[in-house]
Design a protein around this ligand. Structure first.
Ligand code: LER
Ligand code: MN
Length: 278
């Protein structure tokens, strides 16, 4: 498993669960100093992650890009894949395609989290699920053309009413016409929705392609009451080889959150090995 830390470049997302803010070069330098393998970037749009800007930073700091978030499409432009308005759904897909394209040039997948939206007045549950499935299938195949997976993130009930758990995510992915969409297991959302986080990860193992690391209160890992031992063991047992990416509040500040996170990563995840029958 490899470590990553988030850098948000979206000023409208202030207060959100990102470790470093506003300064891509500074965030990369600090990530490298602490020994992270990669950064996960939350950009306002594709131009903020152009190869001209990002590739030299990766080279200078010995980093990779773990993933790129698409949430600015919602936070800045109020676009979702399940809007009742076909024009907005179309613009949401365009925005995500533009991020897939820019991220793929960095060797990274795009994440669909808040861009999934929710069902509400004007779009019932069945219609919203249909829009979501169709969009994920289309965008998943689009990502495949660019040689990267597409990462889909179940969110807790306060952020979406579509897919909240790992098992619901598995059912959704199994129903898609593409095999190029992977699940994001965000340990903060799982803490709210799952009865057994480690069990949920074992059950979804073949689909899990990315992990967001945060504690129960969305502070850095070890600043809440989540028990990371069984979670790390489950991921090791199922042979998870992807990123453990810190998407958590900058508590007590960005530098402190990053330092606490890398220590937790080393304690629980870096050394985790399968230790017996599954
Ligand atoms: C995005 O990765 C996420 O987890 C959302 O909760 C952001 O608000
Ligand atoms: Mn997340």
């Amino acid at each position: 498993m490899r470590s990553a830390v988030t850098i948000s470049l979206v000023k409208e997302a202030k207060g959100g669960p990102f470790v470093f803010w506003d300064d891509l070069a500074g965030g990369c330098r600090k990530a490298a100093e602490l020994g992270f393998d990669a950064v996960e970037i939350f950009p306002p749009g594709p131009e903020a992650i152009s190869g001209d800007v990002v590739l030299p930073l990766l080279k200078d700091n010995g980093l990779r890009v773990a993933a790129v978030g698409t949430g600015a499409g919602w936070v800045i432009h109020r676009l979702t894949l399940t809007s009742p308005d076909a024009t907005i759904r179309g613009r949401a897909k365009d925005f995500i395609r533009s991020i897939i394209y820019a991220a793929s040039a960095l060797g990274a997948p795009a994440i669909i989290g808040s861009m999934q939206g929710r069902w509400a007045e004007g779009v019932d549950c069945d219609a919203a699920m249909h829009y979501l499935e169709a969009a994920l299938a289309e965008l998943g195949d689009h990502a495949k053309l660019h040689g990267v997976p597409l990462i889909y993130e179940p969110l807790n009930r306060y952020e979406t009413n579509l897919i909240n758990t790992m098992s619901e995510g598995v059912a959704l992915l199994d129903a898609l016409k593409t095999d190029n969409v992977k699940l994001l297991a965000d340990l903060f959302h799982l803490n709210i929705e799952e009865a057994d986080i480690a069990g949920a990860l074992r059950g979804a193992a073949r689909h899990v392609g990315h992990v967001h690391l945060a504690d129960s209160n969305r502070r850095p890992a070890t600043c809440g009451h989540t028990d990371f031992g069984p979670i790390a063991r489950a991921l090791a047992d199922v042979g998870y080889r992807g990123y453990i990416s810190a998407e958590c509040l900058p508590y007590p500040d960005s530098d402190g959150a990053a330092a606490t996170t890398i220590a937790a990563f080393r304690k629980f995840f870096a050394a985790s090995v399968a230790d017996g029958p599954h």
